[in-house]
Design a binder for this molecule. Structure first.
Ligand SMILES: Cc1cc2nc3c(=O)[nH]c(=O)nc-3n(C[C@H](O)[C@H](O)[C@H](O)COP(=O)(O)O)c2cc1C
Length: 268
């Protein structure tokens, strides 16, 4: 058959040609996506690290927009704590540490007995980082990573304490999916400001600080352990109470904080 324009067009539109073109295009697209993913990974990791550092600086009250985050963060010493003993440990590298992955791994995590799991997180790592804000050699704040269930989501944040291991310097969440206008009031700066100066502990090792329903009676002897409730978001507020109490309690950083408190009273 003589090769005509019509024949050439027909063979170009054949099923085989269409398949070859789609396969080649998919291959090229996959290679492009894979290359982009691999080359962007270090940038993504650097951004995540910067974000984490920014939040830690913010909860410590050290962040201001435009500040050099790496420079400011160099004044913070990151240490790993063995949660059971409360002692510092070198068993894990803080830079590489992933709390959720470590919690799920039977070698590095534990299952939390349901009766103790007030933050509703099921597992936790055996170790956790703490961030020590330094002024020269002196520790001025101790920042703990905390997380637990809200109404809809796991809420991740940081709690900053004075070196006395009980006076709160700041609370800040950086990841959650609570409802805008309701549960997300945990991000309101005026509500977060209420935490500053509150005490986690009374005279024993059981955390007392809590988000109450309604408004704190400033004349009450309990006011120092209480923060106003969030209107229409009691359940998220209760989640915050539980996760703060879990992480400062005997199954979280309690043993570590008890050491800080005993060192502080020995200094007095
Ligand atoms: C669509 C929808 C979203 C809600 N989101 C939240 C939330 O993020 N956090 C929360 O505590 N309550 C939320 N609530 C309200 C709770 O169901 C519950 O009524 C509330 O926590 C009770 O708080 P209150 O006693 O202060 O009203 C939501 C309700 C609806 C219908």
């Amino acid at each position: 058959m003589p090769e005509t324009k019509d024949n050439r067009a027909r063979s170009r539109d054949s099923v085989a040609n269409t398949l070859i073109v789609s396969i080649v295009l998919s291959l090229v697209a996959s290679v492009l996506v894979a290359t982009a993913a691999i080359s962007l990974k270090p940038i993504q990791e650097r951004n995540e690290e910067q974000f984490r550092q920014k939040i830690i600086l913010d909860v410590a009250g050290l962040y201001s927009p435009g500040a050099d985050i790496s420079e400011l963060f160099s004044g913070i010493d990151t240490r790993m704590v063995d949660l059971a003993s409360g002692e510092y440990t070198d068993a894990a590298d803080a830079g590489e540490f992933d709390a959720i992955a470590a919690a799920k791994d039977p070698l590095t995590g534990i299952n939390i007995p349901p009766a103790d799991d007030i933050a509703n997180i099921k597992q936790r790592a055996r170790v956790a980082p703490v961030y020590l804000v330094l002024d020269g050699a002196e520790v001025t704040q101790v920042i703990l990573p905390i997380y637990g269930s809200g109404l809809w989501s796991t809420m991740f944040g940081f709690l900053s304490l004075d070196p006395d291991g009980t006076t709160i310097r700041g609370l800040r969440f950086y990841e959650h999916a609570e409802t805008p206008g309701l549960g997300d009031q945990i991000d309101r700066s005026d509500w977060r400001a209420q935490w500053v100066g509150k005490k986690v502990f009374a005279d024993d090792d059981q955390p007392r600080v809590e988000v109450i329903r309604g408004f704190v009676d400033q004349n009450s002897v309990d006011a120092v352990y209480q923060v106003d409730g969030l209107s229409g978001a009691t359940l998220t507020g209760r989640g915050v109470t539980k996760l703060v109490q879990y992480w400062t309690g005997p199954h979280g950083f309690g043993p570590y904080l008890a050491i800080l408190r005993s060192e502080e009273s020995a200094d007095d």
